[in-house]
Ligand binder design. Structure first.
Ligand code: HEM
Ligand SMILES: *[C@@H]1O[C@H](CO)[C@@H](O)[C@H](O)[C@H]1NC(C)=O
Ligand SMILES: *[C@@H]1O[C@H](CO)[C@@H](O)[C@H](O)[C@H]1NC(C)=O
Ligand SMILES: *[C@@H]1O[C@H](CO)[C@@H](O)[C@H](O)[C@H]1NC(C)=O
Length: 328
């Protein structure tokens, strides 16, 4: 109302100017949105080039599919999907890679740099590292039998990173449901998104240090499963910390819904996995996904797109890095 009254007072010129302002603001906001066809004109070969490089890397080492999906997740939860995770220590940069949740754990940076080189070779200076992570995550999922989705593009790369924010925003394996819910809610993600996205643990590996507490001390764990995991993960603190075990004991190399089926049998590897099926409000979703892999795939795809939308840098914000591990 006040706007209308002041427009009237301003007379017709005021109205025209105000309308023009609103229009240009709308245009700016539109430009700030990610779109699937962002590189259609500027780099039509971007997507096939990324896909080819991902396929080669995952063919070489199947676990790489898991590692690449996790990179996109750990990027998006810290300052948004801006490639900040990829930056190494440098002048003014304290790398997120040594945050507690990342140190000695996140991997695949060499592969990302190879993908970036391949993309730079076809169109230098056009495609961001943040977008490469988003596309590589989708291509990885598809390669190991998971769902596909249309990746929105147009993210730009940060010129900053934050180890402190990484430590604050990335979930810990020892977290309880309230902690986890808060961590995802901070990113605008729901409980349903969280359960679906946790289904990523249908592939990939975890280090003993992340599940030692669970396999020796928890009661909501299948005893024979606990014994099996104890064989390669000693109870003694800091002994065998880096010994690996599959997050999904049945089909660790394939994207499917065994992660959820395992939870029904108390065979979740991480504390943060099993709490999703432990008499909590998330039980129903776990049950549903364990029976209905189509529902899991659909919700996973939706949640990945939502995660990929977290606070992107667009327009003239940030930059297009030449290499992913350092700012230009
Ligand atoms: C719900 C909270 C989550 C917690 C507490 C959590 C924690 C972990 C931990 C502790 C590991 C093993 C890391 C290590 O051994 O150092 C891991 C691996 C993994 N996480 Fe999560 N995660 C969560 C959610 C997610 C989400 C949302 C995604 C993807 C959308 C994801 C994807 C993965 C993948 C693919 C791996 C295996 C990586 C590899 O083998 O290289 N996780 N996660
Ligand atoms: C990261 O891990 C390495 C190797 O285990 C260790 O030497 C280093 O202190 C850790 N960095 C931080 C910041 O915790
Ligand atoms: C979970 O939240 C509680 C209360 O906010 C906090 O004291 C605790 O340190 C958190 N634990 C983890 C693992 O994040
Ligand atoms: C199990 O819990 C006990 C008591 O809280 C603790 O002293 C011990 O270190 C824990 N063991 C492991 C392997 O986490």
């Amino acid at each position: 109302m006040r706007f209308l009254r002041s427009s009237l007072r301003m007379g017709s010129w005021g109205v025209v100017v105000t309308a023009a302002l609103i229009l240009s603001l709308t245009v700016i906001c539109e430009a700030a949105k990610l779109t699937p066809n962002y590189y259609d004109k500027t780099c039509p070969r971007a997507l096939p080039t990324i896909k080819k490089a991902v396929s080669a890397a995952v063919a070489r080492e199947r676990r790489m599919a898991a590692s690449l999906i996790r990179l996109h997740f750990h990027d998006c939860f810290v300052q948004g999907c801006d490639g900040s995770l990829l930056l190494k220590d440098a002048d003014g940069i304290v790398s997120e890679q040594t945050a507690l949740q990342n140190n000695g754990s996140v991997r695949g940076f060499g592969v990302v740099e190879n993908i970036k080189s391949a993309v730079e070779a076809v169109c230098p200076g056009v495609v961001s590292c943040a977008d490469i992570l988003a596309v590589a995550a989708r291509d990885s999922s598809v390669y190991v039998g998971g769902p596909t989705w249309t990746v929105k593009l147009g993210r730009r790369d940060s010129t900053t990173a934050s180890r402190a924010v990484a430590q604050q925003n990335l979930p810990l394996a020892g977290a309880d449901l309230n902690n986890l819910t808060a961590v995802f809610a901070r990113q605008g993600l729901s409980l349903k998104d969280m359960v679906a996205l946790s289904g990523s643990h249908t592939i990939g590996l975890a280090r003993c240090v992340t599940f030692r507490g669970r396999i020796y001390n928890e009661t909501n764990i299948d005893p024979s499963f606990a014994r099996m995991r104890q064989r390669r993960c000693p109870a003694t603190n800091n002994v065998g910390n880096d010994n690996l075990a599959p997050l999904d004991l049945v089909t660790p190399g394939s994207f499917d819904n065994y992660y959820f089926k395992n939870l029904l049998q108390k065979k979740g590897l991480l504390h943060s996995d099993q709490i999703l099926y432990n008499g909590a409000p998330t039980d129903d979703l776990v049950l549903k996904y364990s029976k209905d892999s189509a529902a899991f795939y659909a919700d996973f795809a939706t949640a990945m797109v939502k995660m990929g939308d977290i606070s992107p840098l667009t327009g003239s914000a940030g930059e297009i890095r030449k290499v992913c591990s350092f700012v230009n």
